[in-house]
Design a binder for this molecule. Sequence first.
Ligand code: AMP
Length: 210
Amino acid sequence: MRVLLIGPPGAGKGTQAARIAEHFDLGNIATGALLREQVANGTELGKVAREYMDRGDLVPDDIVIEMARDRMVQASEAGGYVLDGYPRTLAQAEAAYRWAVAKGIPFDLTLYFEIEEEELLARLAGRAREEHRSDDTEETVRHRLEVFAAQTRPLVDYYQRRRILVRINAVGPIDAISEQIFATLHWHKARAMAAGVNRPEWALDPPGSS
Ligand code: AMP
């Protein structure tokens, strides 16, 4: 199973990605964490990426697209992955789609974490205190939310048109959100198996939706 997570910063993607990976035995690929690793190791890529990250801007598409590919191939061979924070622009989504289809490993499902901005600002302020992330100051957080709205939210329509989008209510207890996600993914898996395919070309109505 190959699953993408889309949502604004602070929506809980990282927490849920770790749980999904464990529950379904999938690789966990987080482009933000991979980039922070490059920054910490002082690599050339890290030096370039850091400027963008500290401002709360997105790192250029070509850097991220290249970085994600190897991991996606490795994880696909090992049974699938949950992808947290990629694609984040339409250009990345198109590149990832064309590449994955050509490789015969198209995405199965995109989970969109829906949450109000007010809730996000409160959460991100808490995370800034706990994790001391250099991109979690209030000003940068606001900017990252703007970047999300302008560059990443259009992916919701994009994946809806591809009929692989499921909306997740990302407000509430963490366990309840995980349950919602697990139910959706189990349902998806069962349906894919019943259909005898692993390429979902059908409309997806997750459990509980009408
Ligand atoms: P995250 O940990 O997912 O919030 O990502 C932290 C930062 O890494 C983002 O604010 C971006 O600067 C950068 N980043 C992570 N993923 C991507 C991506 N797919 N495209 C561009 N920049 C990214």
